[in-house]
Design a protein around this ligand. Structure first.
Ligand SMILES: Cc1cc2nc3c(=O)[nH]c(=O)nc-3n(C[C@H](O)[C@H](O)[C@H](O)COP(=O)(O)O)c2cc1C
Length: 190
């Protein structure tokens, strides 16, 4: 059971990255509600550098995304309804100068997507374990964009159906103490 050290809404503690997907399909409306939440994230200059490429299970595009995953991730994403590639546009649109915060802004959008998913009892599980270069080449993503991550999205399923090594990871993860991530006045981190 996750415990907060300071009072927060339990919603934040309840969001977890489950790997237990059911085969149940998401409606277009459910999926696009998640992109809608992401769309309203804040960004430097309101530049909105986030881009989402999605692929539905059962389509050639899903196979392309899926084939780029490392074997561990293939085991639990095979029942996901949708795989989403999250990409950021590197430069500002108003002056074409590099945006220092484009990945930060895109991270905010991903979190909005993940929290909206939690509100709707949908799993949104971030993924770094895939071949970035292969996906970049396959989708012909220009160098003016950077791939950030993938997300596996779908309805929650039965944990018992997961292989035992993956099932054991379904326990909610813990966090570093606040003292390890917050410092007053000085940079005190190693
Ligand atoms: C950007 C990102 C990439 C991740 N990559 C993977 C991954 O490749 N495989 C995986 O099983 N989990 C992956 N995760 C899930 C993390 O391990 C998980 O978020 C972390 O352990 C915290 O657990 P929680 O999300 O349940 O709170 C990723 C999460 C994020 C945000």
């Amino acid at each position: 059971m996750r415990q907060a050290t300071y009072p927060i809404d339990s919603f934040f503690l309840e969001r977890v990255s489950s790997r237990a997907f059911s085969e149940e399909r998401l409606s277009n409306e459910e999926l696009f509600s998640l992109f809608e939440a992401a769309r309203w994230a804040p960004s430097s200059y309101n530049n909105q550098p986030w881009r989402f490429v999605f692929a539905k299970r059962g389509t050639p595009a899903f196979d392309t995304f899926f084939n780029a995953l490392v074997d561990f991730n293939k085991q639990w994403t095979k029942n996901a309804d949708t795989l989403v590639l999250i990409v950021t546009k590197n430069n500002f649109e108003h002056n074409n100068e590099p945006s220092m915060t484009a990945p930060f802004d895109t991270g905010a959008a991903w979190m909005s997507l993940a929290l909206e998913a939690r509100l709707k009892n949908i799993i949104a599980h971030g993924i770094q374990g895939f071949d970035y270069a292969a996906i970049k080449a396959k989708l012909q993503i220009p160098d003016t964009f950077s791939i950030q991550a993938m997300v596996a999205i779908g309805k929650p399923g039965n944990i018992e159906n997961l292989p035992s090594d993956i099932r054991s990871k379904e326990t909610p993860s813990e966090r570093k103490p606040l003292s390890a991530i917050v410092s007053e006045a000085v940079f005190s981190f190693t």
